[in-house]
Write a protein that binds this ligand. Structure first.
Ligand SMILES: [Zn+2]
Length: 553
């Protein structure tokens, strides 16, 4: 195995998907596609790497969706866990495991985590007044309550915030509070909760983040903002039915708060992965050894959890590896406004994969990835990327190469004779392209990686035009044979270098070249791997043109 810098192995995570709705392109651009592209690159680079993701299935939002739809929370999460898992598969995502936080293994892992901190005396309890519905026999947390905003007088303010004036609220501050579900007027009752002493970890966290010179400025600045205000201790239990039960006697009706338990999903999913592989101890290599490079991919709304809360939990637990990087993305909006599944303004993955080539969707998002600022998804842009780049540049090059191979060389790799300067210049450029693109992946610059890969195809097309194989085939067949040999070698190069963003196309190219996976690695991307005489398979059209009618709503 090759080593990624000073590390021996890589653990990649994409933010867990909340299982109360269908996943949309905003999630893909924020955390899923960059994670998948990075994981795919790392595998090709020969690193020891696992890629972990899954569904986040507890919390009030799922319980509320269930109450509203008149079904159980379990029915909600089953529906969306499997739907989202399939949507990700359809879009070519290559998780080593996509599991769920409702699994037994996750409950146990979270409870062990909780107990470890409890046994060390790190957690403390605090009794607080809370709203309680006698009719529903439940405490009304956050969004279970609505009422009048004490700041602006808006009558539909939620228990945790007023959407009218933007104030952060607590349910007790609301005037005329009512249960969101039944409209019942709650009473005030006392409840005791466990707290995590986050404030104690501020200094350690600040030092840790100060050592991260290579993190994105947006992530560092966001954390510094929190440090400036001062970190406050946070409740890690809730009065709810739907969640991981607090593992202590006398705490019935209390669960571990989802902010605390969900990120433990990365650990429990790793455990589950190696359990399935029959190596139940191996997960420890990834979580307990300092030479593991842990990378969390996420959208900017999740920075707080991955750069502050979760690392503090891991520091408290001791011995666990902390993130090497948290390359958070900004948002990808939809034609000018934020994608939101709750507001119905989002492109659902399950719909879009039915209409378009998954690779074209991946490419359009990757070329416009919101790495440093918000970007917008436009249907016209998907069409343009598919037709003008994937089809007209990559598809065209592959197509004309195969047309020649089929028509003049019996669908075999023709012999490569003596090389001319134009051949050498191109062949020598492959290594520097490959290194440059690798550097972009290693530094989480996915947009640049994809752009540079397409630049290489532009060079390849120029080579085809300049060498004029259609003339050579008449005047000098041996020369034509060399040109087409080199063009076929380039198709192999593209199968490797495009794999992170275009996995399905990459597979098709390998199939057309009749290549097994022996030469399928980053280091082989700049070598002339195809032997003379290798029998090729019939070419396929890689990208079908997207017509105007297909993108009109
Ligand atoms: Zn307000």
């Amino acid at each position: 195995m090759k080593k990624p810098g000073n590390y021996s192995r890589i653990l990649v995570t994409s933010a867990l998907t909340y299982a109360n709705g269908d996943t949309h392109l905003g999630h893909i651009a924020g955390s899923i596609l960059p994670g998948d592209m990075f994981a795919r690159y790392c595998r090709l680079a020969g690193y020891d790497i696992i890629y972990v993701c899954g569904s986040d299935e507890f919390g009030t939002a799922i319980e509320m969706s269930a109450i509203k739809e008149g079904i159980s929370p379990k029915e909600i999460i089953d529906k969306y866990h499997f739907a989202n898992k399939k949507a990700y598969e359809d879009l070519g995502m290559s998780f080593d495991i996509y599991s769920r936080t409702s699994s037994d293994i996750h409950s146990k892992t979270s409870q062990d985590f909780f107990l470890n901190l409890y046994d060390k005396g790190l957690l403390y309890q605090k009794t607080e007044k809370q709203l309680y519905s006698e009719k529903e026999s439940r405490f009304l947390a956050d969004r279970y309550v609505k009422g009048t905003c004490p700041v602006c007088g808006f009558e539909e303010a939620k228990g945790d915030e007023c959407e009218n004036c933007g104030s952060a609220l607590s349910p007790l501050e609301l005037i005329n509070p009512k249960s969101t579900i039944t409209g019942d007027t709650p009473v005030v009752k006392e409840s005791t909760h466990f707290y995590f002493p986050l404030s104690k970890y501020q200094e350690k966290l600040e030092k840790w983040i100060d050592s991260k010179a290579d993190w994105k400025p947006n992530v560092i600045n966001y954390c510094k903002g929190w440090f400036k205000t001062g970190l406050k201790d946070r409740a890690i239990t809730r009065d709810l039915d739907w969640g991981v039960p607090v593992p202590l006697e006398g705490y019935g009706g209390k669960v571990i708060y989802v902010w605390f338990e969900a990120p433990i999903g990365y650990i429990s999913n790793t455990l589950e992965l190696f359990d399935q592989k029959g190596e139940p101890e191996k997960w420890k290599d990834y979580w307990f050894r300092e030479d593991t490079k842990l990378v969390h991919f996420l959208g900017k709304d999740n920075i707080i959890f991955h750069a502050i809360f979760f690392p503090a939990m891991l520091m408290a637990r001791e011995g666990f590896v902390l993130a090497d990087n948290v390359p958070a993305n900004e948002f990808m909006n939809l034609e000018g406004s934020k994608q939101s599944k709750s507001k119905g303004h989002a492109i659902l993955v399950k719909d879009v994969v039915k209409k378009f080539n998954p690779d074209s969707i991946r490419y359009a998002i990757a070329s416009n990835m919101p790495e440093n600022k918000d970007t917008d998804f436009y249907w016209e842009d998907l069409q343009a990327k598919n037709n003008n780049e994937l089809g007209a540049i990559l598809g065209n090059f592959v197509n004309r190469t195969f047309v020649f191979a089929e028509k003049y060389f019996d669908l075999k790799v023709p012999e490569r004779g003596s090389l001319e300067q134009i051949d050498n210049v191109l062949i020598e450029s492959l290594k520097s392209y490959s290194k440059r693109i690798a550097n972009y992946y290693e530094s989480y610059k996915f947009k640049d990686a994809v752009g540079e890969t397409m630049n290489l195809v532009r060079d390849a097309n120029k080579y085809f035009n300049d060498t004029q194989p259609w003339k050579a085939v008449k005047d000098n067949k041996e020369r034509c044979s060399t040109i087409i040999n080199i063009c076929l070698q380039l198709c192999h190069t593209f199968a490797v270098l495009f794999n992170p963003v275009l996995p399905l196309t990459s597979e098709k190219l390998l199939e057309m070249l009749n290549e097994d996976k022996a030469n399928f690695s980053w280091d082989k991307s700049y070598e002339m791997c195809l032997p003379d005489g290798q029998v090729l398979n019939k070419p396929e059209i890689l990208f079908v043109k997207i017509e105007d009618s297909q993108i009109e709503n």
